[in-house]
Design a binder for this molecule. Structure first.
Ligand SMILES: O=c1cc[nH]c(=O)[nH]1
Length: 218
């Protein structure tokens, strides 16, 4: 596959626009079940778009009336995500790639006054990634640093032959960082926003995806 390496869903009007709009809307955000489900629905759409670019083989199957040929995925991708905010977007992808194996990373941002944002990575549970098609789902591609560090950590478990990075919303700064550090990746976004603010939040964005999905951290 050598199609466009950057794909932005809401640039083509579709239901993705509704799901991104609801994710951003402060009134609808009060319903955390709907917030999670909207991330999940976006994950489903992103998975479907990615599925159009994956390799397929021809298979013969038997219906009650005849034999017929169809195209089926040549192999399952591996789905990876970063805890905890990544879970709903990942779940949407798993709904569609329902036989995929999974990789989980625990990474968190440490915000300290007058210092650069620190990323701590403390947990990695990965399936074998050697020669696999890897889809890494992270809802908010902000600085891109936790995503790149997570990806680099995952490489201890094998070098994938193809990498897809999927996010609900990205900032141009994070997108540029990921494109520079992981140039081999195909990038799939719900929306590409305007900028990062001084606390590394995406503007207009939607706020803190993890808190909105699972409650505020202490
Ligand atoms: O805007 C942002 C940036 C990172 N993580 C979030 O949840 N929101």
């Amino acid at each position: 596959m050598e199609k466009n390496k950057l794909n932005i869903l809401i640039n083509t009007p579709s239901l993705a626009n509704h799901y991104v709009a609801e994710l951003r809307d402060t009134t609808i955000q009060k319903d955390s079940m709907r917030f999670r489900r909207n991330l999940e629905r976006l994950g489903e759409l992103l998975a479907y778009e990615i599925s159009k670019t994956l390799p397929y083989t021809t298979a013969t199957l038997t219906t009650p009336l005849a034999q017929t040929e169809t195209k089926l995925l040549a192999e399952q991708p591996v789905l990876a995500t970063i805890l905890r905010a990544g879970l709903p977007l990942y779940q949407g992808m798993l709904n569609y790639f329902d036989k995929a194996y999974s990789t989980f990373v625990g990474a968190y941002r440490v915000e300290e006054e007058n210092t650069q944002l620190q990323i701590n990575m403390e947990y990695l549970a990965s399936t074998n990634l050697h020669d696999k098609i890897l889809i890494l789902a992270d809802p908010m591609l902000a600085t891109g640093r936790s995503l790149v560090e997570s990806y680099q950590g995952m490489l201890r478990h094998g070098k994938p032959k193809q990498v897809h990075i999927a996010a609900a919303i990205a900032a141009p700064e994070g997108l540029a960082y990921v494109q520079q550090k992981v140039p081999e990746a195909y990038i799939w976004l719900g929306a590409l926003d305007d900028h990062l603010n001084e606390r590394s939040y995406i503007v207009p964005g939607l706020g803190d995806a993890g808190d909105l999905a699972f409650g505020p951290k202490v």
